[in-house]
Design a protein around this ligand. Sequence first.
Ligand SMILES: CC(C)(COP(=O)(O)OP(=O)(O)OC[C@H]1O[C@@H](n2cnc3c(N)ncnc32)[C@H](O)[C@@H]1OP(=O)(O)O)[C@@H](O)C(=O)NCCC(=O)NCCS
Length: 176
Amino acid sequence: MRELTSGRVHLREWRDDDAPFVLDMCSRWEVQRWVGAAPRVLGGLGDARATIARWRGHDDGLRGVWSIRRRDDGAPLGTLLLIGILASGAELPLQPSGETEIGWYLHPDAWGHGYATEAARLVLDHGFAGGLDTIIAVTYPENVASQSVCTRLGMRHEGLTDRYYNMTCELFTATA
Ligand SMILES: CC(C)(COP(=O)(O)OP(=O)(O)OC[C@H]1O[C@@H](n2cnc3c(N)ncnc32)[C@H](O)[C@@H]1OP(=O)(O)O)[C@@H](O)C(=O)NCCC(=O)NCCS
């Protein structure tokens, strides 16, 4: 997967030895409560390794899941996802909608510095340069912090939707 670098952040693939950081970030309810349709915290290093394997499985050459690092010292900050989004439906497992979503979550120690927005800007530009026309983001209706990232990125707020994940979400779109 393509490594991406801006002024303060460096994005690279997830590696097995990142498991302790993933566990530290994803065992916190203040992070995980906003992640996915059925939020849960990770319970141990085995869970973290499985999460990393799942993230790596999203790599299709353009899309994928990146580890966000601070550029100057390589410190891990969080994760940045550019992946296919699943459509709502009666059939389980849910099926791909054909659309691409961007998502982010950072370790709480890294909140409040603009790192999520900086990393997401890199990945939006990468996705559009790679030929994507539209990239969407969905958030829980109460997730003001993530909606603020969407707004800082210049994404358009489309209101509530139930089109994805069998959930009601706030929908944001960015177009090339
Ligand atoms: C969503 C999440 C990534 C947002 O993180 P964040 O740090 O608030 O977002 P940004 O990276 O855009 O940083 C913006 C903040 O950094 C501040 N900041 C400080 N220095 C900055 C700089 N040099 N440049 C830009 N912003 C800076 C901004 O003022 C802003 O703070 P404020 O909201 O108090 O005004 C984080 O809250 C999180 O991980 N939440 C849990 C998981 C989650 O909800 N994921 C999204 C699921 S949809």
